[in-house]
Design a protein around this ligand. Structure first.
Ligand SMILES: NC(=O)c1ccc[n+]([C@@H]2O[C@H](COP(=O)([O-])OP(=O)(O)OC[C@H]3O[C@@H](n4cnc5c(N)ncnc54)[C@H](OP(=O)(O)O)[C@@H]3O)[C@@H](O)[C@H]2O)c1
Length: 250
């Protein structure tokens, strides 16, 4: 039977690539969630072209009522990918309290809201993947909120995994390194400003810092996520699949 897979942050970047990959790999039914309806509609078209079926809904992952209403209206839920996220610098000596709250609220509470809404609808054999980051494993100056949020997702993954494994639901995380999306473009812009170099030089330095010497494509991360969600994956419980070209070796 066709699996129904919910993806938050599916309007672009990694979330969209995950949705398209799952459509291609197994003809799944994808529920695409994000804030921008036009981008979600475009993503749904790509999912259909890749061999899946799709529906989408626009909203904010901080809105629990939206997510819970959606969850109630679905016939079945087999898997969830919580990819919605935002980044940005939060230097401790700058007035960035609102941004701090917004990053934690979107990245951590947003993922929690999605799990709260969709996990109760899953039967035995369900899968959940939370999208963390290598910055959940190590710190970067001025990225306090983002690093905290991504480390929090790893803690959330571990606890939820033990809570839900008794019901036959498998929860894991993926921690990408640099991935070529809008988020990386902004990250390089901020890095260039911090280093006092142009963006091309900032990108070169960021690439040089990765042992594999490159950024990754969203489709490469989608492969990893698809593996975590595969019905045969009933071994990984509360783990983090780090896809970063060697920056972290745990
Ligand atoms: N790119 C990287 O280098 C990298 C590395 C490690 C981890 N990650 C993580 O991977 C995930 C996806 O990032 P990306 O690189 O694909 O970034 P992206 O291209 O900026 O996409 C972010 C996605 O999250 C959605 N989103 C953001 N805030 C939301 C909210 N409040 N409610 C609902 N949806 C929201 C966006 O929806 P709208 O466009 O509709 O607003 C968009 O679909 C994030 O969790 C990010 O932290 C990225």
């Amino acid at each position: 039977m066709k699996r129904c897979i919910v993806v938050t942050g599916a309007s672009r970047g990694i979330g969209r690539a995950v949705a398209v990959h799952l459509a291609k790999a197994e003809g799944a039914h994808l529920v695409l969630l994000g804030r921008k309806a036009a981008d979600l509609e475009e993503g749904a078209g790509l999912v259909r072209a890749a061999g899946g079926t799709a529906e989408f809904s626009a909203g904010d992952v901080r809105d629990r009522t939206w997510l819970q209403t959606l969850a109630r209206d679905l016939d079945q839920v087999d898997a969830l990918v919580a990819a919605a996220g935002i980044s940005g610098i939060t230097p401790v000596d700058k007035d960035c309290d609102d941004r701090f709250e917004s990053i934690l609220g979107t990245n951590v509470t947003g993922a929690w809201n999605a799990v709260r809404a969709f996990a109760p609808r899953m039967k035995e054999g369900g899968h959940i993947a939370l999208v963390s980051s290598v910055l959940g494993h190590f710190g970067v100056p001025a990225y306090g909120a983002y690093c905290a949020s991504k480390a929090a997702l790893l803690g959330l993954t571990r606890a939820l995994a033990l809570e839900l494994v008794d019901r036959g639901i498998f929860v894991n995380a993926v921690a990408p390194g640099w991935v070529d999306t809008d988020m990386a473009v902004t990250g390089i812009r901020d890095l260039a400003r911090a280093l006092g170099v142009d963006e091309a030089e900032a990108r070169r330095r960021a690439e040089r810092a990765v042992p594999a010497k490159r950024f990754f494509r969203p489709e490469e991360i989608a492969h990893g996520v698809a593996w975590l969600l595969h019905p045969s994956n009933t071994m990984m419980v509360g783990k983090c699949l780090t896809l970063d070209g060697g920056s972290v070796q745990t």
